[in-house]
Design a protein around this ligand. Structure first.
Ligand code: ADP
Ligand code: MG
Ligand code: MG
Ligand code: MG
Length: 402
């Protein structure tokens, strides 16, 4: 019975659910199901009609995180994810999976099956390249980040959105794992032993850095600028030749726009670090790492360009039209982008949640070098965040640290 009380489904129950609740498959459908979730928090069921070839994805939120039951996370995040996917689909349909029914009792929703796409992180670790990615992701970010902001929205409508996307548990995870724990010797950190002395000296021993992270944490908690995705790493991007889809926005809330852009940039830097460390053929290595650097440059520059164009085309709050305001606003976004790039680099190397780009580097010294280069760049991104104004500024910082 799916109508009275929540429980986490198994594959058989997901098939029953699809038959009973989803208005999607043909009447003569023969359904099979596999749980394909690989994330930290949720169950993802792929349900296939073996007779007619239709398929759908059902994503269900569990009551605790899969990585550790230490994280109690409200299943209401499933409503948030389903709601923000609709908003993102309105603004950027090419880059957002189509969603179907949301169920507040079972805490699940159905969406388009994207099994013909690949998770971008996995593809980048195989050193595949996607020339359109920067173009796609910057359209997605410029639209979702500007069109949900006070610059263009009616302020009362925006406040209603802020309220409906209050996401305290998942925000707390970011506040702890991104903004706090990596910057002191916290028990939950998971440091690669060979890198420990560097971290002790350069991160935990740097009081100036700690102060900057404190300022940034309060900015994250209080700057309700845009409806952000909140978890925009390369594991939340589905990609194939010519097409990109952004998935998994359950961390969404009203926060600093630069949080999303910084996550994209930092995770490209992890791909760069992996390429540097693991590609033995010099020409191949040069090709892959240049692709990544060009993509970082384009992500920053195309974002700026598209954000400005959309700004110029949009009806705005009167004060947003004052001379100098537009460049003040975008400079601030780029400053946050640089800061979050640095924070994400630190937290994935020092903190609890790792990235495979780094952990899959098998050779001990190569991994140490990759980690220390990421952390060296990270410090500069955080401390000198105000001087990063263009794609070239970001790229030069990466080159300098590696
Ligand atoms: P979590 O919130 O647990 O991280 P994700 O939304 O990232 O869950 O999904 C976990 C995995 O499930 C993805 O990495 C992908 O392999 C698969 N998946 C998620 N959504 C889809 C989809 N729409 N189509 C096909 N596979 C999907
Ligand atoms: Mg995920
Ligand atoms: Mg998720
Ligand atoms: Mg600046």
């Amino acid at each position: 019975d799916f109508s009275s009380e929540y429980f986490t489904m198994n594959e058989e129950q997901a098939v029953e659910y699809a038959k009973e609740k989803l208005d999607y498959f043909k009447p003569d459908a023969v359904l099979t199901c596999k749980e394909i979730g690989d994330g930290n928090l949720n169950y993802v069921f792929r349900i296939v009609d073996e007779k007619n070839g239709d398929s759908i994805i059902l994503k269900q939120a569990g009551p605790v995180a899969r990585i550790s039951d230490e994280f109690k996370v409200s299943p209401d995040r499933n409503r948030i994810e389903s709601d923000i996917l609709k908003i993102q689909y309105d603004y950027a349909p090419e880059y957002t999976p189509k969603t179907y029914q949301y169920d507040p009792i079972m805490n699940c929703f159905a969406m388009e099956d994207l099994s013909d796409y690949e998770i971008m992180r996995a593809a980048l670790i195989k050193h595949e390249t996607f020339p359109d990615f920067a173009d796609h992701i910057t359209t997605f970010m410029a639209k979702t980040l500007l069109l949900t902001s006070d610059v263009v929205m009616n302020h009362k409508d925006k406040k209603a959105l802020v309220k409906s996307f209050i996401n305290p548990e998942l925000c707390e995870i970011s506040e702890d794992l991104v903004y706090t724990e990596p910057f002191y010797d916290c028990e939950r950190n998971e440091v690669f032993p060979t890198t420990l002395p560097f971290i002790e000296k350069e991160i935990w021993g740097d009081q100036q850095l700690q102060l900057e992270t404190a300022k940034l944490k309060f900015e994250f908690m209080t700057n309700a600028q845009s409806l952000i995705h909140g978890d925009l790493h390369t594991g939340s991007v589905f990609i194939k030749k010519g097409s990109t889809k952004v998935i998994d926005p359950e961390f969404a809330f009203y926060g600093p726009a630069g949080y999303d852009i910084g996550n994209v940039v930092a995770n490209l830097i992890f791909a760069y670090a992996n390429g540097q460390a693991t590609i033995t053929d010099e020409k191949e290595r040069e090709q892959f790492t240049s692709y990544i650097l060009n993509t970082i440059k384009d992500v920053v520059d195309l974002f700026k360009e598209k954000f400005n164009t959309l700004w110029n085309q949009s009806e705005k709050d009167l004060v947003a039209t004052y001379d100098g305001f537009q460049s003040y606003y975008i400079d601030n976004i780029l400053m946050d982008t640089a800061a979050v790039t640095g924070l994400e680099l630190c937290r994935r190397i020092i903190g609890l949640a790792k990235v495979a780009d780094i952990t899959s580097i098998e050779q001990e010294n190569a991994r140490k070098r990759a980690e220390e280069s990421c952390l060296t760049a990270a410090k500069q991104f955080i401390i000198n965040r105000a001087v990063f104004n263009s794609g070239t500024d970001f790229v030069n910082q990466v080159k300098q640290a590696f």
